[in-house]
Design a protein around this ligand. Structure first.
Ligand SMILES: Cc1cc2nc3c(=O)[nH]c(=O)nc-3n(C[C@H](O)[C@H](O)[C@H](O)COP(=O)(O)OP(=O)(O)OC[C@H]3O[C@@H](n4cnc5c(N)ncnc54)[C@H](O)[C@@H]3O)c2cc1C
Length: 692
């Protein structure tokens, strides 16, 4: 019996999938004594790599394609590059057709445009035009939003509506992805591959058909700079690297832990009660990274949660599809007949095989939604060992097929194992029509791993939902499940929180920041991307907003390294000359720490010249309402700042504290004035403080 369960910890984290590991690593590095528990003997959850067919052939039974992982803030913060290697294939998506043509989408714009032009010059031109916008939207909106607590809808829309790019983003996100793709592209094969690309972001056709896509995942149809990567040696290596990080930071991992319930005493979460009768206590918090039903229904209990949360649970939707996986040990990597048209098809990370028309796609979709086995075979695949030779013995290969399937397809009286074998044959027959070398002779061994198997191992993947929550408009972005729970000291850091399922690290990364701030901890690393990346963009405002929110209520949590990072950006604001909201945002960096007069500003390496530069710029910017910001007076321990609605006008002026400025700096300043005034209550307006 593990001794790890015999003592008290600062925090307990449930579930040692990648979210549990990311969260645990951050908080252990921040100095907390953390216990991470899993019901299984192993860890990593959907990061699994197994020699499932024959010795030396490493198959990733769950996740394979990891989106943009090596560029995530947590991968960098946790120094994972020294433990884990990611491969970024040059060609990301490929689709071969029965007419001998193929379409390959790579990372290079000119090459990709030329490939599309071979099928449709018009579609190639459309792609080029949209690519320009999409790269910017991805870099400045989609990716930053993945790693920040979502803003409330009205606030987010207000921010986005300030810029042309934001307005275009909103316009496309408010449309059905399927419509967008169909409207923009004329060639059916082009439409099909783009739908495949969009759906792989976690939506499959179900969600590309949902009314809107608030996350903006349809943008992924058009960008090339971000994309899927492969974890060298197999997906489990990411789990290994994370576990090494967690243990090195002093964390404790306990496998095979059967939790009876989360202990709630005096209205607060104080530990976990185990099925063997033991209780392990947590002094500061309990966090769950498993599905929301196990967490709040089974482990907390309906009687402990408010009715609103119960209703949320009742309305929570899981995807209606699961994945039928066929894993192959091969002599040769699959080679397409269409290699004559484009040899790069053989090297694309993600293949869409079998769907030739939109009708095929809809037919399969309808059948799966109706709980039936689809008639038309169409699946995803990829040449894993060609891109990463360490996943197979020298000279040999692995590949896989993922077929969308109901968890319990209607197979009549047929025995499940024989149905699996039969369906595997159908997949191989279809494959051979596209890849002549995919004959029986080429297959060394095969292993079918379906929803029925993975829900047994990963009980959190309810109903076969690999994402632990559907990506529909009612559950993403500002509608996500939330990181804080109504029960004090109980947090949720799993896939139902923003940014949703898949290997993203998003929910756990954001939750780590929230828990750290709630506990008054200093995070182990600066969590802003390097200064100079994108100066005047939503990124800063959102990152800033997320980070500052805590300060509205409690100003103890000041992280100097973050303040300096913000200051690093401030100079860029001055150069670029952004709007007043941006300038206020930059000023937040100046005033976040209690200071005495201007002394602290000097210590930070910022003289008043820079500050004045900002101020004059604000006053001179004709596009704005002439809001002027200036140092006013020391208010308690904080630098007071006066604010006037119009340059040179005596009032109304606001004596705002730092919190007010944070709010002002992050949204449209003139609209926000009133709100901030209200929020700050008694010290809203102090006229006569003006004068530069
Ligand atoms: C077949 C398949 C293919 C996939 N392909 C991809 C892909 O290519 N790319 C991608 O990004 N994603 C993919 N996914 C999805 C991805 O694996 C998940 O979204 C991801 O693993 C979620 O991470 P997590 O940490 O939230 O949960 P998990 O990885 O599921 O980890 C949860 C952990 O909690 C443990 N647990 C569950 N219940 C309890 C309990 N009661 N007590 C204690 N511990 C518990 C589990 O044992 C598990 O270790 C795929 C999934 C499957 C099944």
């Amino acid at each position: 019996m593990s001794q790890a369960l015999g003592r008290t910890y600062d925090g307990i984290i449930i579930g040692a999938g990648h979210h549990g590991l990311v969260l645990g690593s951050y908080l252990a590095k921040a100095g907390l004594d953390i216990l991470l528990v899993d019901r299984r003997l192993t860890y990593g959850g959907g990061l699994n790599t197994t020699e499932a067919t024959a010795p030396g052939f490493y198959h990733n039974l769950h996740s394979i394609n990891h989106f943009h992982i090596s560029e995530t803030p947590w991968f960098r913060d946790l120094g994972l590059a020294s433990r884990v290697t990611y491969i970024t294939p040059r060609y990301e998506f490929g689709q071969a057709h029965r007419d001998g043509t193929a379409l390959v989408l790579g990372r290079d714009l000119e090459e990709t445009v030329a490939n599309i032009a071979r099928l449709s010059p018009k579609d190639a031109a459309t792609f080029r035009e949209w690519n320009r916008k999409a790269e910017e939207m991805t870099a400045r909106i989609l990716i930053p939003e993945r790693y920040a607590e979502p803003l409330p809808q009205a606030e987010r829309d207000g921010l986005l509506e300030r810029t042309a790019l934001g307005r275009e983003f909103l316009a496309v996100a408010r449309r059905q992805p399927l419509d967008v793709v169909r409207e923009l592209f004329e060639n059916e094969h082009v439409q099909l591959l783009f739908l495949f690309k969009v759906s792989l972001f976690g939506t499959w056709l179900t969600d590309t058909m949902s009314k809107t896509s608030p996350m903006g995942s349809v943008i992924r149809a058009f960008d090339l700079q971000t994309g899927y990567q492969l974890c060298q040696g197999g997906s489990f290596n990411l789990a290994r690297g994370l576990m090494e990080t967690f243990i090195a930071a002093g964390g404790t991992f306990a496998p095979q832990v059967a939790i009876e319930r989360i202990v709630i005493e005096g209205g607060r979460a104080t530990g976990i009660a185990l099925r063997d009768g033991r209780t392990v206590r947590a002094r500061q918090f309990v966090a769950s990274t498993i599905d929301v039903h196990q967490t709040f229904e089974d482990l907390v209990g309906r009687d402990q949660i408010p009715a609103a949360l119960g209703a949320k649970l009742d309305n929570f939707q899981y995807t209606k599809w699961a994945l039928f996986g066929l894993h192959l040990a091969l002599h040769e990597s699959p080679r397409f007949a269409a290699e004559k048209f484009d040899p790069n098809i053989n090297r694309a990370l993600k293949w869409s095989i079998g769907a030739e028309t939109m009708e095929d796609l809809f037919a399969a979709h309808q059948q799966v939604m109706a709980g039936k086995m689809p008639d038309i075979i169409q699946f995803g695949s990829g040449p894993l060992s060609l891109l990463d030779p360490t996943q197979a013995p020298p000279g040999k290969h692995t590949s896989y097929a993922w077929h969308v399937m109901p968890l319990d397809p209607d197979i009549g009286e047929q025995d499940y194992e024989s149905w699996k074998a039969e369906f595997s044959e159908k997949i191989l027959d279809t494959w051979a029509r596209y890849c002549p070398n995919m004959t029986r002779k080429n297959i060394i061994a095969q292993y079918a791993y379906t929803g029925r198997e993975y829900v047994q191992e990963l009980v959190n993947m309810r109903g076969g939902d690999i994402f632990m929550g559907a990506f529909n408009a009612e559950q993403v972005m500002y509608n996500h499940f939330g990181y804080r729970s109504p029960i004090p000291n109980l947090y949720y850091a799993g896939s139902a929180a923003h940014c949703g399922g898949a290997i993203s690290g998003g929910p756990s990364y954001v939750a780590a920041g929230i828990i750290a701030r709630d506990l008054g901890l200093k995070l182990p690393a600066c969590r802003l991307s390097p200064p100079g990346a994108q100066a005047l963009d939503l990124h800063l405002r959102q990152e800033g907003h997320e980070r500052m929110r805590a300060h509205l209520h409690d100003r103890r949590h000041v992280e100097p390294d973050q303040r300096l990072a913000l200051l690093g950006r401030q100079a860029e604001f001055v150069r670029i000359g952004g709007g007043v909201g941006d300038i206020l945002g930059a000023l937040v960096g100046l005033v976040r720490k209690p200071v005495q007069g201007g002394g602290e500003l000097d210590q930070l390496g910022l003289d008043r010249g820079i500050m004045r530069g900002v101020l004059f710029r604000a006053a001179a910017d004709p596009g704005e309402r002439g809001i002027v910001v200036m140092p006013a007076r020391v208010h308690r321990h904080h630098v007071g700042l006066a604010l006037a609605q119009s340059a040179g006008r005596a009032g109304p002026a606001a004596q705002l504290d730092i919190a007010g400025l944070v709010e002002l700096g992050l949204v449209i300043a003139d609209q926000r004035l009133e709100v901030s005034g209200r929020q700050l209550g008694e010290r809203a307006l102090v006229p006569g403080e003006l004068g530069i």
